[in-house]
Design a protein around this ligand. Structure first.
Ligand SMILES: Nc1ncnc2c1ncn2[C@@H]1O[C@H](COP(=O)(O)OP(=O)(O)OP(=O)(O)O)[C@@H](O)[C@H]1O
Ligand SMILES: [Mg+2]
Length: 507
């Protein structure tokens, strides 16, 4: 059982000598049980010895305590003395553990085995040192040590919470989260900048990248699919900034968006019809407005027989269809070569016999290739774009094409755009934190030099209740969409008519 480390017996025989604690202090042990500290500030050891190697599969956060238990811990406010005491204990126990086990070896075990090994060892060390700890404290020490060795240290409790959308670390002392659409400062802190930097390194090395002073910007992904961005000093002036867009375990569907009030049932049916009858769709919105989520929901209505190719910077989409090819861009390596851009992917996809092309986020010259694809028989393609309203989304596409160096007259570009894109859906995060779909707008064509748009479904802001919640109504504008004939062709006319309250006159 202990083949990969010094035996438990050896560890006990050889009274462990802490490396950083100068003397093996039977740490000052207050008899009264103190509540568990969410993350004892001073205690985090230097775990990179164990896990800096990208292979083998580093153990994942799920090897630690069940979320519910930990969430309960977060709400507790332990006294400063209790935090300090537990932190000291943690350092001492951790140092003993370093003496007793080969962490590099232990990290090769399966997560449940690691947990078991460390739990046994820590329990032994605690008893050997005659430390008096409550059950909860002992659990906390084990929990934090496992997180420090294998997980992402102080961030682990946040990673386990499924109600958090983003985690934003601005240097070692300031960790914000976005939960329920609201930004909050947490009491979580890193021991120092070095610990934060170690954790950033660990995240990016797991995907074969590196972040340091010479290449201080890096995108990566956690094993659960969460999207990560790191920007290190000297570019980040007050310590490394780490941003995690958490992958939600609970997959949002259009029904759930309806239950959140982001759209009405009729609006959801309209989106379903637009997706199923192969309209080319651009989802527009600001940062974190729910564009990717909406794109994901819309793809649920794609027929299972269709061949779909997705192109993303960091794979976030979770298509349920059986016939999907997922592609991801690659940044340049340290020598500045080997980059595969979104444009390369979109161009390549055209040679892969796609029926639909889905671009996670259109942000550069690939806009042109996507339009070409939309115009050349790949109807039903979709993408997201950063813009504040549908009109602006179109001008952003135009600018992206202009910046791509295609020497085309602006009228020709607009014609391409108006022929390619059928529908723009606007997502917005309102100031109360709620996310709403505010526009479903159709691109009709050109009038002179101008692309004409028609809103078919809108959210009208009405006011704010006493709790600061914004209310308003979603309603069809009464205009008959141009894609009505497509809907009829796909046998969805009745559904569309129902969604838009236009059933009168149907036979
Ligand atoms: N309608 C909604 N109601 C509540 N939460 C939502 C809704 N849509 C998205 N979310 C949550 O908001 C967060 C951000 O969503 P998403 O990643 O889709 O945004 P985005 O616009 O693609 O962001 P970015 O600009 O960073 O790519 C996610 O945690 C997601 O679960
Ligand atoms: Mg997104």
């Amino acid at each position: 059982m202990f083949g990969r480390r010094k035996t438990q017996q050896e560890a006990v025989d050889k009274k462990p000598v802490p490396r950083r604690a100068p003397e093996p202090r039977p740490v000052a042990v207050a008899p009264e049980p103190a509540p568990a500290a969410p993350e004892p500030e001073a205690a985090a050891p230097e775990p990179q010895r164990a896990v800096s190697k990208p292979e083998p599969e580093p153990a994942k956060p799920e090897l630690v305590e069940p979320a519910a238990e930990r969430v309960a811990d977060i709400g507790m406010v332990p006294s400063a003395a209790a935090i300090e005491r537990l932190a000291e204990i943690k350092v001492a126990v951790f140092n003993d553990l370093l003496e007793a086990v080969d962490l590099a070896e232990i990290s090769k075990l399966r997560p449940d085995e690691v947990r078991e090994e460390i739990t046994d060892m820590v329990a032994e060390i605690i008893s050997m040192r005659n430390l008096i700890l409550s059950v909860q404290e002992q659990k906390q020490v084990i929990f934090d040590i496992i997180n420090d060795i294998l997980g992402l240290g102080p961030l682990e409790p946040l990673l386990m919470r499924d109600d958090i959308a983003d985690i934003m670390v601005n240097g070692a002392d300031s960790v914000y989260i976005e939960s329920g659409g609201k930004m909050e400062l947490t009491d979580i802190k890193f021991r120092d900048d070095a610990q934060l930097m170690n954790i950033c390194q660990r995240i990016v090395t797991a995907v074969g990248r590196r972040v340091d002073e010479s290449s201080p910007i890096c995108d990566a992904r956690l094993q659960d699919g969460s999207r990560v961005n790191v920007i290190a000093p000297p570019l980040a002036i007050d310590g490394a900034a780490l941003t995690i867009r958490k992958f939600s375990k609970e997959k949002l569907t259009l029904e759930k968006l309806v239950s959140f009030g982001s759209i009405t049932e009729e609006g959801a049916i309209l989106l379903e019809v637009a997706s199923a009858c192969r309209c080319n769709i651009l989802i527009s919105g600001g940062t974190g407005s729910g564009k990717t989520t909406l794109l994901n929901c819309m793809t649920n209505f794609i027929d299972t027989s269709e061949r779909i190719i997705t192109c993303e910077d960091a794979a976030e989409l979770q298509l349920q269809q059986p016939h999907v090819v997922r592609l991801e861009t690659r940044p340049p390596n340290l020598e500045g070569v080997g980059e595969v851009s979104m444009r390369d992917l979109v161009k390549n996809c055209l040679r892969m016999r796609p029926e639909r092309i889905i671009v996670g986020e259109v942000r550069g010259p690939e806009a042109f290739d996507l339009l070409q694809a939309m115009n050349t028989g790949h109807d039903g393609s979709m993408g997201t774009i950063h813009a504040n309203n549908p009109r602006e989304a179109l001008s952003r596409v135009e600018n992206m094409i202009a910046m791509g160096g295609y020497n085309l007259p602006s009228k020709a570009v607009r014609e391409q755009i108006s022929a390619a894109i059928h529908i723009i859906i606007q997502a917005q995060r309102l100031r109360d934190g709620s996310r709403k779909i505010t526009h479903v707008t159709e691109v009709l064509g050109m009038e002179g030099d101008i692309i004409t748009l028609q809103d078919i479904f809108l959210f009208e802001f009405e006011g704010e209740d006493e709790n600061g919640k914004i209310f308003g109504t979603h309603a069809p504008t009464g205009l008959r969409p141009q894609f009505w004939d497509k809907a009829r062709y796909f046998g969805l006319e009745r559904k569309l008519a129902k969604a838009l309250n236009m059933e009168q006159g149907l036979t």
